[in-house]
Design a protein around this ligand. Structure first.
Ligand SMILES: [Zn+2]
Length: 502
């Protein structure tokens, strides 16, 4: 059996004048190291949850106590319930220079106390402990930005920790502080001029991975083509039956890695095996990892394919136009219908919609577009998102928009009679929309007639052959079937030329 190929994923952030990249490698820890990583994860999860509870409690106690302790005299009303800051935590709330600390800083300064009280935390690298609290703070920042309250973590959603410094790379070995030198699959060299910034160790179904953030401050960022120098545009319409329809008439298939009949059956079998095990038993653990491995494999296939497709579409033109999809909106559940007389809930087609939702999730348009955006930036091309409203109903010839224009795969304009494939139509509409919205100056392709070459004049001693030669015949059939012409173009020997047969 072939070894599972480690798929590298690249993420990027262009911040100011620095280029940040993320490279992912698979780790090869020995038994001792993997056991250590597992125990670290348990311990870090405990501190994460404790710190979150701490921040929640101190916030609530503020309302019990009513007011702060005296800020001016710094006299503490009660050491347990004192809450100087909004969302503060236990620990030293003041800096040496008299300034207030933020909740994150308070919790980080309390880490030595934690190590004293619980000596087993000393085996964890100190930057890892700090980054763990940084992660909690980031969760709070997300909450303040309107994205849901931080959650308490369990084993299934706490699987990583981050190093801020101290990581070294040498050949196929990586040094992780307090875990030691560890082997890894060096599937991609780190480019010259890049420095390792932060390193995250992540546990996945089939092992441990490390994602390394590398930074190069000498490269400003990817040079992006100015929008008025764009010469060619391609519109890309995403779908489920076919993954992408491009405005150049090319179609990209959807392999349905997670929802094709074969994997669906396999998933069903493994899910059933797990469900028939006794909960918490050794066997159930085994079955759970088998199921997780299958999910992981599907995910890796999907990601690899998405990179391939992204490369393909980005190479097609200077400017790539996609729809600005609201995928969350597409995945909304149907509204429940309640019968007023009986108070019962009536069928609302949710079960029928579920299959479509699964296919949409399986197609993973968002990650595909993200990858295309990154690659477009890398190649200095423009990546645009336009409003997809009514793109599949509008006629690209006359602009008439009607729901009746489209009948599944067929598109027939009720106004001017223009007809074509409806998905292809949508991609052309996206392209046209981007051209008008961003005022692009497009170079029209020159039309070349291919069948206008003049008949060749025969020389005096040449006799026209009634039959086509082998090469001519191949060329002729190739031209008809739009294939590339095989072999070299034929050259006519002149009368006294001797063909070199050696
Ligand atoms: Zn029309």
């Amino acid at each position: 059996m072939l070894d599972l190929i480690v798929v590298n994923s690249i993420t990027t952030k262009i911040k100011g004048l620095k280029l940040l990249l993320g490279y992912v490698y698979k780790l090869r820890p020995n038994l001792e190291q993997s056991a250590k990583i597992d125990s670290w994860l348990d311990k870090l999860r405990a501190t994460y949850n404790w710190s979150l509870a701490d921040r929640i409690n101190t916030y609530q106690q503020r309302f019990i106590q009513g007011e702060y302790c005296d800020l001016r005299t710094r006299s503490v009303a009660c050491p347990l319930t004192c809450c100087v800051l909004n969302n503060s935590a236990t620990g030293e709330p003041w800096r040496k220079n008299g300034e207030k600390r933020t909740a994150k800083e308070i919790q980080i300064t309390a880490l030595p106390q934690l190590k004293k009280a619980r000596p087993w935390y000393r085996e964890i690298d100190s930057t890892v402990l700090q980054q763990n609290l940084e992660r909690l703070n980031k969760a709070y920042e997300n909450f303040f930005a309107g994205r849901g309250f931080p959650k308490f973590k369990n084993r299934s959603n706490f699987k990583s920790f981050t190093y801020a410094t101290g990581v070294q790379l040498k050949g196929n070995k990586i040094y992780l502080p307090k875990l030691g030198w560890m082997r890894y699959y060096n599937s991609r060299p780190i480019p010259d001029g890049f420095k390792v910034k932060s390193v995250t160790v992540r546990k996945k179904a089939d092992g441990y991975y490390v994602s390394i953030r590398i930074e190069n401050s000498s490269i400003p960022s990817f040079p992006i083509l100015p929008i008025d120098e764009v010469k060619t545009v391609i519109g890309v319409d995403a779908g489920v039956t076919k993954l992408l329809h491009c405005s150049d008439k090319s179609v990209i298939e959807n392999p349905r890695f997670g929802t094709n009949p074969k994997t669906k059956r396999q998933l069903k079998i493994r899910q059933r095996r797990l469900s028939r095990c006794k909960k918490g038993s050794k066997n159930s653990k085994k079955k759970a990892t088998q199921l997780a491995k299958l999910h992981h494999k599907i995910k890796q296939k999907r990601e690899a394919y998405a990179w391939k497709v992204a490369h393909k579409i980005v190479k097609k033109a200077d400017c790539i136009v996609v729809e600005d999809l609201n995928i969350q909106g597409l995945l909304k559940r149907c509204k429940p219908i309640k019968c007023e007389q009986t108070g019962r809930f009536l069928p609302n087609d949710q079960s029928a919609k579920k299959a479509l939702h699964r296919s949409i999730i399986d197609a993973s348009w968002h990650s595909l577009f993200q990858k295309s955006e990154y690659l477009a930036a890398k190649l200095g091309k423009v990546f645009l998102k336009v409003d997809p409203k009514k793109t599949s109903q509008t006629c690209p010839k006359c602009g008439y928009a009607d729901k009746e224009n489209r009948n599944k795969e067929k598109f027939v304009c009720l106004d001017c009679g223009h007809f074509s494939d409806s998905d292809w139509n949508a991609s052309i509409n996206l392209k046209n929309r981007a051209i008008s919205q961003f005022n692009l100056k497009i170079k029209q392709p020159r039309k070349v007639r291919q069948d206008l070459s003049e008949p060749k004049q025969l020389s005096l001693f040449e006799t026209p052959s009634p039959e086509l030669t082998e090469v001519q015949r191949r060329q002729h059939s190739a031209r008809n079937s739009k294939r590339d012409v095989p072999g070299n173009p034929p050259t006519q020997l002149s009368l006294w030329d001797i063909q070199d047969l050696a």
